[in-house]
Design a protein around this ligand. Structure first.
Ligand code: COI
Length: 361
């Protein structure tokens, strides 16, 4: 893949040091764009000034939502290195999402190199204050102008960058979660495992309902019986019950999270028994009632590790670990972020150095 570069003539003012970055409020000076067409395949890879995309009003994504995306971060280590975390996992998931939506599939190597090259070009945008990073948002959408329902004949693959702080205003403090028993997110055979905009569009009604009641996010139940725990709005979810870790299996309806996989790997190494199984919400609430639900947390790229301090299911409210971050949740957060920011030795080959991986010409 040959990437051409067009430099922006006007650079943006970067957020002030110490200013809370929030999540997805600021965008860097440049973006990556590459087109795909039936006859040319992927072509015209370019880094260009960040700006509006021009689209035909008949672009199929606007009508039938053929759109997929990814989320990962670039971290600035204390020694100045810029590190990505397991970008190969995002590349693989992007391919799987695109396959499910019958979209063009960018190769793992090109996906990673496009991100690497853009982050290298925009390296001044990787923040260095504690807990901050550069959020990377690759996405693809159907750009063909047509109104019949069919797989589009052209796509755009775009990457934008946003310096971010904590996803939740609460930071790493416990969040309150509303167990959603009316709306559902996914059913087997659907797109639950794919990272596509449509999944998030249909989740917003439940999110609004939870927010109105004072909750940060929803805990989804399975789409058939509304009985088994699946995932939280933008995170996978894990429970420590009687010393064991329980989380939903990746069998089609939950998102196969990169953070989820990394945390399960660490937990296995630390000797925990992991049960990837369908946990009934009634059993979870019963465990909470008799004091066996020791800790609960969500995992996700944006949210990292987010302790869950309260669950509300049909009006029954349970507080977890006195609404404080539990010791295992804290250990997971410290270890994972330590690896991501290069403070803890990476024994798994998870960390990807942006400069060291620059292709030799
Ligand atoms: C991420 O964790 O990267 C996500 O994609 C969540 C996002 C929808 C904010």
């Amino acid at each position: 893949m040959k990437i051409t570069i067009e430099e922006s003539k006007q650079r943006k003012t970067k957020p002030q040091r110490g200013e809370p970055l929030g999540f997805g409020k600021y965008f860097s000076d440049h973006m990556f764009v590459m087109d795909w067409s039936m006859d040319q395949g992927f072509h015209d890879a370019r880094i260009i000034p960040y700006g509006n995309l021009s689209m035909d009003p008949a672009s199929m994504v606007l009508h039938y939502a053929q759109e997929t995306f990814e989320g990962l971060k670039a971290y600035r280590a204390k020694d100045g290195r810029i590190l990505l975390f397991r970008p190969d996992m995002n590349a693989k998931r992007f391919i799987n999402s695109n396959r499910r939506l019958c979209m063009a599939e960018v190769s793992e190597a090109d996906f990673i190199e496009a991100i690497r090259a853009l982050v290298e070009f925009e390296q001044d945008w990787v923040p260095d204050e504690a807990g901050t990073s550069l959020y990377i948002r690759p996405f693809m959408f159907a750009s063909e102008a047509a109104v019949g329902v069919h797989p589009a004949k052209s796509y755009k693959f775009v990457i934008i960058l946003s310096p971010v702080g904590a996803y939740y205003p609460q930071g790493v403090n416990p969040v309150k979660i509303y167990v959603e028993d009316e709306y559902v997110r996914a059913t087997k055979g659907g797109t639950g495992f794919a990272k596509c905009g449509g999944n998030y569009a249909s989740s917003i009604a439940a999110q609004m309902k939870a927010e109105k009641l004072g909750y940060t996010q929803v805990l989804w139940l399975d789409g058939v019986e509304r009985k088994y725990v699946e995932e939280v709005g933008t995170m996978n979810v894990m429970f420590k019950i009687n010393g064991e870790i329980v989380t939903a299996p990746c069998d089609g309806t939950v998102l196969p999270g990169v953070t989820r996989d990394s945390i399960l790997t660490l937990l296995r190494e630390w000797g925990y028994t992991i049960k990837e199984e369908h946990l009934a919400i009634d059993d979870l609430m019963a465990a909470a009632r008799c004091g066996q639900l020791e800790e609960a947390w969500g995992t996700g790229t944006a949210a990292v590790i987010s302790p869950i301090g309260e669950l509300n299911y049909k009006g029954e409210i349970t507080t977890i670990h006195q609404f404080k971050t539990g010791p295992l949740t804290q250990r997971l957060y410290d270890t994972l972020t330590g690896i991501q920011w290069g403070d803890i030795e990476d024994t798994h080959g998870w960390v990807y150095d942006v400069m060291k991986n620059k292709p030799k010409i």
